[in-house]
Write a protein that binds this ligand. Structure first.
Ligand SMILES: [Zn+2]
Length: 464
């Protein structure tokens, strides 16, 4: 997929020719053998306090990046959930950096995964739809993009993707930078597929993780995406006492969504229990993968990162599945374990797409100046990240969230405003309240700035 002499050089050339205001530069570190420090410069205390990154220790770690589809942060024990859905993951997270307020950049897979791969908002990368096994305008991650996998590949990594989702496709450009990009065969994507994916991951890791070349492995789990049908005993684990005919099928949920059936409170509780059962099954499968990395003796050389692509709604704000930009759809887990880094929790809001630049900086594989995502690498050296606005989109809907907890949402042609600190359920729209007029004006200005920046990036990358 890559140009013979390297797409990155080609892209730089093209942008220079266009004399764009968007400056692009790429920095590549020199590397030593796997596991050895490539750059021993240490960030100084002033930089740590200011939250600046860019001088952290870099090492050519292996990277295992695990994306979990449709994963609400608030259904995970480590994020405060009351049910014991994730006993293994909660223990893992204690030794990792857990970002308490991570937001996905979109409420569905194609756009969200594209942001993760490119470090760009939807408006910039242009992936707004999904056509099965076809490449059409708006459904393709265009060749002009420099993906995270390409950075790792250029830096000498063996790169692979093992996925169960049907969305990221070779034909749609998602395989850029991956030496291998495989839709794992076996059970259907939406049913009990986690076991097949874990098997494939374990096999791949056995063959590659201990080799001289460092590894970058992307995994895409489909639990707990609908249908909410986990294998037993997980399917019934949280379901005791529910008297319902609902099985957790996609058709059942679609009937609630299109109004042909009306969900009772019991129905909602039942489906939430089945969704939680899927998460419990997921927990058992990712446990297998990480314990395998431990058994290979590679934990000290491997960064393991977990992230969700978006959440899921159970009639929270009148709709089902995913879409819309309320917290149940965009508050996702982001947990990263870096060897030698103590577990901690970060309360500043961050974006799920920040994970790409963070991994790139921790491993010293370079950066792209027009990234809208930012590296969070400083926090892995005890530093902090400044509270910057968070941006998210879904179709024509979009919004901005401030570090202080004010959240703007443009929905149905109306600007809404919520105070997440005092109203986490987003039940009280402050958009028409005079006392909040200034706040809303400021958030709209941030939106305008991000729109302008995004349009400039898109024009630079794709414009003629
Ligand atoms: Zn998804």
């Amino acid at each position: 997929m890559r140009k013979p002499d390297g797409k990155i050089g080609w892209l730089m050339e093209r942008v220079l020719v266009k004399k764009s205001a968007v400056a692009i530069s790429l920095f590549f570190s020199c590397f030593t053998a796997c596991g050895k420090p490539a750059d021993t410069s240490v960030i100084d205390s002033e930089e740590l306090e200011s939250g600046e990154s860019g001088h952290v220790d870099v090492e050519q770690y292996n990277v295992v990046l695990i994306l979990t589809d449709t994963f609400r942060a608030d259904h995970i024990g480590a994020y405060g959930y009351s049910r014991d859905t994730t006993p293994w993951f909660d223990t893992f997270a204690q030794d990792a950096v857990l970002f308490e307020r991570a937001t996905s950049q979109n409420a569905w897979t194609p756009a969200s995964v594209s942001s993760l791969f490119t470090g760009l908002y939807t408006r910039s990368h242009g992936v707004i739809t999904y056509i099965p096994f076809e490449a059409t305008e708006g459904s393709v991650l265009k060749e002009e993009h420099v993906t995270i996998a390409e950075l790792f590949s250029e830096a000498g990594y063996t790169t692979a993707a093992l996925i169960k989702s049907p969305v990221p496709q070779v034909v749609s450009g998602y395989s850029q930078g991956f030496d291998s990009f495989e839709k794992v065969p076996g059970r259907e994507a939406y049913e009990e597929s986690g076991g097949d994916l874990a098997d494939a991951a374990i096999s791949w890791l056995s063959e590659n993780l201990s080799s001289e070349k460092p590894s970058f492995l992307y995994l895409h789990f489909m639990e707990p995406h609908a249908p909410y049908i986990a294998p037993q005993p997980y399917h019934d684990q949280f379901d005791e006492g529910w008297d319902s005919d609902l099985q957790g099928t996609h058709a059942e949920v679609m009937a609630f969504r299109n109004g042909s059936a009306v969900a009772t409170a019991d129905d909602i509780g039942h489906l939430l229990s089945l969704y939680d059962g899927e998460i419990a099954y997921w927990d058992s499968q990712v446990q297998r993968i990480v314990e395998h990395i431990d058994s290979l003796g590679m934990s000290d050389d491997t960064i393991i990162a977990f992230v969700g692509d978006h959440g899921e709604q159970f009639n929270d704000h009148g709709d089902w599945l995913h879409g819309a930009l309320y917290q149940e759809n965009i508050h996702v887990p982001l947990v990263v374990r870096v060897p030698g880094v103590e577990g901690t929790r970060i309360s500043e809001p961050v974006q799920m797409m920040d994970l790409g630049p963070t991994l790139a900086e921790l491993c010293g594989v370079g950066a792209v100046d027009y990234w809208q995502a930012r590296s969070l690498a400083a926090v892995f050296n005890g530093g902090s990240v400044p509270g910057e606005p968070i941006f998210y989109e879904y179709g024509t809907e979009r919004g901005v969230r401030t570090a202080g907890g004010m959240k703007m949402l443009f929905e149905d042609g109306v600007y809404r405003l919520f105070d997440l600190n005092n109203d986490p359920g987003e039940l009280v729209d402050l958009g028409e309240v005079p006392a909040y007029e200034t706040v809303l004006t400021e958030l709209k200005e941030i939106e305008r700035t991000i729109f302008a920046e995004s349009d400039e990036i898109a024009e630079t990358l794709f414009g003629e």
